[in-house]
Design a protein around this ligand. Structure first.
Ligand code: HSO
Ligand code: ZN
Length: 446
């Protein structure tokens, strides 16, 4: 029997105003990812797929995933999972999630071009086009994540991407989880790439005999996947974009005296169970000793009842409760931290949202657990971590599209605008630019 760790599962707590600036800053830090060292490690893997193509991919799938495949690519029509593989209630739950995510992401799609006349006869417009070929990475590992297949597959489908490659590591028998297979069918993927890690990223970035090369790679993954995405993004030969730099998942919960300790603990733990490196922060506004104690008790009790208690224990150990004296102090801290997920257990949660400057996604009020957004409410769960919520949005329909601008200048428009262009071109010493306008103005004055 392995020894069971019965010790209390507890977050440390600090009072923000008692810390000096240095200590306060430390609270904002996430575990350092040594991305440069990781990039060096993934380089030979990515290079091998690039050079050897399918043969290299196959060999590495055997080595890393223990799956001996005749081909890494699975083409539709995919087999419909049996009732035994995928019970009706699970299928129905996937359908609910699919419908809600689709509804929300369809509403994000721009349907009309933006057309603006900046001067009489000078018409500027902007319109959207899908990124033709995309790759979505669905992690395997400690949990199967069909929800990630929904969160990436649906916006790709809604955006109108022509080629959608869904990459996911195969199980040792070479199969893919029936949940992921079912989602792949729903979103209409072009093919499933049965590969994981850096080798899957390499195959999608460069293409192989069987794997289509893609233009943008999406999806969370372990450090190998993240490093491989960063590597290929910087290779002008690959000509591939990525969604965002990904790090361990995080949640910041703000709670006041109205918070239900059972709910608060459940939210903290739903993040903590993701991984030992998950970041969990509770910001408490004027919590009574009793409420703080109740939350701590609930964390311990609920965590010990989880199958993934060992993971949650590690994450909670590294996590912190930050005690503050006002809502303003709480929001300032949260905006500085820029959490991936922000949950508001506050009396006037809705009112507070207008003061949120940095967060991937906000969960408003006692009955909006992060789990709803993780799975099925409609918002995307692929969100910026590591403080990147300062400058990145979560994955959305536009992430799978790009904008093109265009202009139409009429002859009257050119008469009006042309002299300014000529003057600017002269000032930059670019006579050919000036000439392109001058020759036309000359023609028009004939
Ligand atoms: N919270 C994760 C997403 C997820 N949760 C998938 C459950 N399944 C990162 O946002
Ligand atoms: Zn989650």
């Amino acid at each position: 029997f392995p020894e069971v760790d019965e010790s209390r599962i507890k977050m440390r707590n600090v009072t923000l105003s008692e810390l000096n600036k240095e200590e306060q800053k430390k609270l904002l830090l996430r575990p350092v990812l040594n991305s440069l060292a990781m990039i060096d490690k993934v380089k030979p893997i990515v290079e091998r797929v690039r050079k050897e193509g399918d043969a290299g991919l196959k060999a590495m799938t055997k080595q890393f995933d223990k799956a001996d495949l005749s081909s890494n690519v699975l083409l539709p029509p995919f087999a419909t999972p049996t009732e035994e593989e995928l019970p009706v209630d699970v299928k129905k739950a996937i359908d609910v999630a699919y419908d809600n995510v689709k509804t929300f992401h369809q509403a994000q799609a721009e349907t009309k071009p933006l057309i603006v006349e900046t001067m009489p006869g000078v018409q500027c417009s902007r319109f959207v086009r899908p990124i033709a070929r995309v790759g979505v990475y669905v992690p395997g590992g400690t949990a199967i994540l069909p929800s990630t297949a929904i969160m990436l597959g649906v916006p790709a489908q809604v955006a109108g991407c022509k080629t959608i490659v869904l990459a996911t590591p195969p199980r040792p028998d070479g199969s893919i989880s029936p949940e992921v297979l079912y989602v792949a069918k729903l979103v209409g993927v072009t093919c499933i790439l049965k590969a994981g890690g850096a080798q899957a990223v390499g195959a999608m970035a460069y293409g192989t005999e069987e794997v289509p090369k893609v233009d943008k790679i999406f999806g969370p993954g372990n450090q190998w996947v993240t490093a491989a995405k960063m590597l290929v993004q910087n290779d002008t030969d690959a000509l591939v974009a990525i969604d965002m730099p990904a790090g361990p998942s995080e949640v910041l919960v703000i709670a006041d005296h109205t918070a239900n300790p059972i709910f608060v603990a459940s939210d903290l733990l739903s993040q903590a169970e993701h991984g030992t490196d998950s970041q969990v922060v509770l910001v408490g506004i004027n919590l009574s000793n009793k409420l703080l104690q109740d939350i701590e008790d609930q964390i311990d009790i609920q965590a010990k009842a989880l199958p993934r208690v060992a993971i949650a224990r590690e994450a909670i150990k590294k996590s912190v409760i930050v005690l503050v004296k006002s809502e303003k102090e709480a929001i300032e801290f949260s905006n500085e931290y820029a959490p991936e997920h922000l949950i508001l257990h506050l009396e006037k949660a809705e009112k507070v949202v207008e003061n949120i400057e940095n967060a991937g996604s906000v969960f408003v009020g006692a009955f909006s657990p992060e789990s709803c957004g993780d799975y099925a409410s409609g918002t995307n769960h692929t969100l910026p971590t590591n403080g990147f919520a300062r400058q990145f949005s979560g994955v959305n329909t536009l992430s799978f599209q790009k904008h093109i601008t265009s202009q139409f200048v009429s002859s009257d428009g050119l008469k009006l605008l042309g002299p300014s262009v000529v003057r600017l071109a002269e000032r930059e010493g670019l006579e050919a630019h000036a000439n392109a306008v001058r020759v036309r103005l000359a023609e028009l004055s004939k």
